[in-house]
Design a protein around this ligand. Structure first.
Ligand code: ATP
Ligand code: MG
Length: 137
């Protein structure tokens, strides 16, 4: 839930009005809505920091997924673990965020390098991304 960026407490400095724009966009969403926002740009331009700062502005829980070709669908959704005489569900970032959103009204999933995730594994994220999809470049 935290990483080196959040530990250093660096504040995102907006270049134009992108932070305010995203805030007003999220403010305008009705309860129960889910929105996928694609931030696209060169490395080190503050995309991850912007996403984290946005989550913090809402005092919302957030989960970071680092996309890679090795990422398994179960790493995103969670998995069932077979114990001695029971099965236990280990929550993944996606299911944790859904749980948090239901409890707290809002939650963020921040995915770095989404294009590195294999197509089959991206299926888990389709429900999040397809409904309302906004590209921010
Ligand atoms: N607008 C900004 N305001 C404040 N700090 C910034 C900004 N843009 C970049 N930085 C600095 O650059 C660092 C890297 O930013 P970040 O990791 O968010 O970039 P990124 O776009 O996600 O990069 P990558 O594409 O490699 O994932 C930040 O930790 C911060 O120190
Ligand atoms: Mg990043």
């Amino acid at each position: 839930m935290s990483d080196s960026i959040s530990k250093k407490k660096i504040e995102y400095i907006q270049q134009k009005d992108e932070f305010d724009y995203l805030r007003s966009l999220l403010d305008s969403l009705d309860k129960g809505n889910c929105v996928g926002i694609l931030l696209q740009g060169p490395p080190g331009t503050g995309k991850t920091l912007l996403a984290i700062s946005l989550a913090k502005a809402y005092k919302a829980p957030y989960y970071i997924i680092d996309g890679s070709p090795d990422l398994d669908r179960r790493d995103i959704e969670g998995n069932w673990e077979l114990l001695k005489d029971e099965t236990k569900f280990n929550y993944g970032p996606l299911t944790l965020a859904i749980k948090d959103a239901n409890n707290e009204g809002i939650a963020f999933i921040i995915i770095n390098e989404i294009n590195a995730i294999r197509e089959n594994e991206q299926i888990s994220l389709n429900s999040l991304l397809s409904e309302n999809h906004i590209n921010l470049i």
